[in-house]
Design a protein around this ligand. Structure first.
Ligand code: BG6
Length: 464
């Protein structure tokens, strides 16, 4: 809703449309509008303007129904048909499915059976998309019974983030990076998706997902795919996704020792004591769900062979930070005395996905004064400084793209499948041992074994 409001404010929504909220909770149009108004006032990135809200709210409706209720289906269909006729919507529909996995088959089947005979139909599917490769395959089978792949928009909201799309601009709109974007010049890549929040009351979902399914399977692997992919021939949905899927297919982890998992214990976040994961409401006191994963991955192709991609993600880490760090190899033969470059680190191109969105290049520079002392300094591009407009929320872009029928920033079935195959391999290896959880305190940077993962290779995680 905040995203719809921001689109409305910028006059990006079509002239004629209607929004129908469907859920099990009893309610009516007015109650729905009031709840959503509060949510928009609280969460939208833009100032609240009564007239903008009124124009949106008059197009909003609510229907309470259970998923499996045939009568509810009939009522929904007649409401949609009535709105369609009144507003001359031409039969065009976007169904946004943010539903529990168990309800998915019933809903997809009902929508498919009752799909409108005219206009277009598109389906936005929220995560989780399955639980493993097998269940994802089944879900796809179900979707394809009624819908074409081009009508299915699987959301990975990281792809809607400006800074994530900027990875493509950075790599493919500049001539200087691509020639050195490979194993010859890059020592390794580090990708971090760190959150300071916990599970925010979502134990029901998180207990069976864990960090590997919540972040690694989707957001993290997509960041990696965009970093490692070959230049697409154009920016159409199929070209971009063809390149990403090749990376996902080539990904592997060298073995169980290359994947570390963790779970947070009690600790402090910004000075406040927070409970351990096992103490969160709805979490089993002996839960073995991981809230942290670090892994070493390789992309088996000519560009990247033997170049490690170290990735880590976790809840209740020291602070919120998503970043991709490309670490280049050291200069082959610095002609200075060793002591002059003691404060010099290798060149790093750091893409700050969030917060402090921007790109920063670490280079060596001479410290002013006598003699030759070299230190690392940063060349920074900050979105806030370079552009005056605020950053759109990922969902604004993704909802608009769905209305326009552009699937470039959504994940295709084969990508999701490849992502699951890697996760399945990791999870299968985990079955063989039982780490002692909790193994990191809230407010830290994860378990010590994650540091060992890099130390073994003579490297370390980027300092914060
Ligand atoms: C969601 C996960 O997909 O992404 C959440 O389910 C996580 O657990 C969230 O907190 C992070 O998104 P963002 O946009 O805040 O980085």
């Amino acid at each position: 809703m905040p995203a719809l409001y921001s689109l409305m404010l910028r006059r990006l929504l079509p002239e004629r449309f209607a929004v129908v909220g469907v859920a099990r909770t009893e309610g009516d149009d007015d109650g729905y509008r009031n709840d959503m108004k509060e949510a928009v006032q609280k969460h939208a990135r833009d100032e609240f303007r009564e007239e903008v809200w009124a124009a949106l709210a008059e197009n909003m409706h609510y229907l309470a129904t259970d998923f499996a209720d045939e009568g509810g289906e009939d009522r929904l269909q007649s409401l949609l048909e009535r709105l369609d006729e009144e507003r001359e919507l031409g039969g065009n529909r976007v169904y946004y499915l943010a539903v529990p996995p168990g309800a998915f088959p019933t809903i997809v089947d009902a929508l498919g059976r009752r799909r409108s005979a005219h206009g277009w139909t598109r389906l936005i599917v929220e995560k989780p998309f399955g639980h493993d490769a097998e269940s994802a395959r089944e879900l796809n089978g179900l979707l394809w019974e009624h819908f074409d792949e081009r009508e299915i928009f699987r959301i990975d909201h990281y792809l809607g983030k400006e800074t994530v799309q900027n990875m493509l601009a950075l790599r493919f709109a500049n001539g200087i990076f691509e020639p050195i974007w490979n194993r010859q010049f890059i020592d390794h890549v580090q990708i971090t998706v760190a959150e300071s929040i916990g599970i925010e009351g979502r134990a029901g979902y998180y207990e069976s997902a864990g960090a590997i399914r919540d972040i690694f399977q989707n957001h993290l692997l997509q960041l990696l795919a965009l970093t490692a992919m070959e230049p697409p021939i154009d920016f159409t949905a199929e070209s971009v996704r063809n390149e990403k899927v090749k990376v996902l297919r080539a990904l592997h982890t060298p073995g169980p020792k290359s994947v570390v998992r963790g779970q947070y214990g009690r600790g402090f976040i910004e000075g406040e004591e927070v409970p351990a994961y096992r103490e969160e409401a709805g979490v089993a006191p002996d839960s073995m769900t991981e809230t942290y994963v670090a892994a070493k991955l390789f992309v088996d192709n000519w560009r990247w062979a033997d170049t490690p991609f170290y990735v880590r993600m976790g809840k209740r880490l020291s602070r919120r930070e998503t970043a991709i760090a490309i670490q280049f190899k050291r200069a082959p033969h610095p002609p200075f005395e060793e002591t002059s470059a003691e404060g010099l680190r290798p060149n790093v191109l750091l893409v700050h996905v969030q917060p402090d969105e921007g790109v920063s290049l670490a280079i060596g520079a001479k410290v002013p004064g006598q003699g030759m002392t070299i230190r690392t300094v940063h060349m920074d591009f900050l979105y806030g400084g370079a552009f005056r407009t605020g950053m759109p929320e990922a969902y604004e872009r993704l909802i608009l793209d769905t209305l326009l029928g552009d699937g470039t920033l959504f994940t295709r079935a084969d990508e999701v499948q490849e992502q699951w195959l890697l996760v399945d391999a990791i999870v299968a290896a985990w079955k063989r041992d039982r780490p002692s959880f909790p193994n990191y305190a809230a407010g830290t940077w994860g378990p010590p074994s994650a540091d060992d993962l890099l130390h073994r290779d003579g490297r370390s995680w980027r300092r914060h």
